[in-house]
Design a protein around this ligand. Structure first.
Ligand SMILES: Cc1ncc(COP(=O)(O)O)c(C=O)c1O
Length: 392
């Protein structure tokens, strides 16, 4: 282990993320144990689903082991077959594309907007072919895509819309919760997200026509839920499906986080705003670009990212931040540049904004209850580092 790694391990580094606890999780886990139902689909899972259904104003919410699982369920529900095409950004996590590639469908990558890093809604129509079945959008950093335009295109060409709202719990577009606008919405409760249970997710379903089949796919392709409601006297294999449930211990953890969503997101907003104000002088100098939140979008302060001026060497800046005791990170490697992206997907048009932004993004530490003094320290150090770089 080198000195830098040792420093990181010795906790003298401000971590990039630290999962938050409301203080009520352990009592709930004890209760789940006493309930004697740990595998999933128990009372805590039901509480989470009731909460999510009402929050997103949808017909059904199913808690899953991950957002990846929820995306895979959406792909199964769409009944995709090899050759079908799904339009999406390349600037996203692998699961967005993988879920559809697993069904044999082809992700078709469209460029993103330079202001929000969300799919460029004006490029979607040009990517539509006879094989297009759906548009899967990603609300990057919990800032909504231009949903009115996207829903209009979907309606015009009879396409389905999947909202990958992995980042976006608590965020809204024109007053509507993200994940509840398209045909399907998927949420993540991974430890890096605003609300977490370690590893978890949810599928939100807007229309009743999908719900019966969704329950079956969720329960390994069986009608076990109907059996649980005494609608059938045994459960049997009905359809293809998989083991998508969230374990009940995780659901017991998650419900407390859902119930504290407003407070958690408020806390994060205060930190986000603090960053945004403290970083303004660096933007004025032209060293960075701060995030843009378009009108009508109320975001959830999921992450604070900056776009570094391309004159700076990002790798060197990240290393120097770490040397100063700050763990900042970058993501995503655009999927069209990755080996599986080249094998299983294709691109529509030029992806130059994706390529450029992906090389410039830096995500700064932000977690619920992060001491706000960290922000002063982080911004001061970033400024010092960039100033030194301008002189090189
Ligand atoms: C946009 C996006 N979609 C999907 C996922 C997958 O989420 P999970 O880890 O819950 O499977 C992630 C993970 O961070 C993500 O960033």
């Amino acid at each position: 282990m080198d000195a830098r790694e040792q420093r990181e391990m010795s906790k003298s580094v401000i971590p990039f993320n630290r999962p938050y606890s409301t203080g009520f999780e352990l009592a709930n886990i004890q209760q789940a144990y006493e309930n004697g139902m740990l595998s999933g689909d128990g009372p805590f899972s039901q509480q989470c689903e009731t909460w999510l259904k009402s929050y997103a104003n949808v017909e059904m919410a199913l808690v899953t082991h991950s957002c990846t699982g929820a995306l895979e369920m959406a792909a199964l529900l769409l009944g995709l077959k090899p050759g079908d095409e799904i339009i999406m950004p390349s600037y996203t996590f692998v699961s967005t594309a993988n879920a559809f590639a697993l069904r044999g469908a082809t992700p078709v990558f469209v460029d993103i907007r330079a202001d929000t890093l969300n799919i460029d809604e004006n490029l979607i129509e040009a990517a539509i072919t006879k094989k297009t079945r759906a548009i899967c959008i990603v609300h990057y950093a919990g800032v909504a895509c231009e949903m009115d335009v996207i829903m209009d295109i979907a309606q015009k060409y009879s396409l389905k819309v999947v909202e990958d709202a992995a980042h976006a719990i608590g965020a809204q577009y024109k007053g509507q919760p993200l994940g509840g606008i398209g045909d399907f919405g998927t949420l993540s409760f991974h430890e890096t997200k605003n609300l977490t249970c370690g590893h978890g997710g949810a599928l939100l379903i807007r229309d009743k026509k999908w719900t019966q089949r969704a329950e079956i796919i969720h329960q390994k392709g069986t009608d076990r839920r109907s059996f649980g409601r005494n609608e059938v006297d045994r459960y049997t294999w009905q359809d293809i499906g998989s083991s998508f449930l969230l374990g009940e211990l995780s659901a017991a953890f998650l419900i407390t986080q859902l119930e504290h969503m407003v407070q958690i997101n408020e806390q994060r907003h205060a930190l986000w705003t603090h960053y945004n104000e403290a970083l303004k002088p660096l933007e004025v100098k032209g060293w960075i670009k701060r995030p843009t939140v378009p009108q009508g979008c109320s975001h959830n302060a999921h992450m604070y990212y900056i776009l570094l001026n391309p004159r700076f060497n990002r790798r060197a800046v990240l290393k120097e931040l770490l040397d100063a005791g700050i763990k900042a990170v970058f993501h995503y490697i655009p999927l069209h540049t990755a080996p599986a992206g080249q094998k299983h997907a294709r691109q529509s048009g030029d992806l130059s904004v994706t390529n450029e932004c992906a090389n410039r993004v830096i995500r700064l530490p932000l977690w619920t209850n992060m001491p706000s003094v960290h922000i002063g320290f982080i911004v001061d150090n970033l400024e010092k580092i960039l100033k030194l770089h301008t002189k090189r």
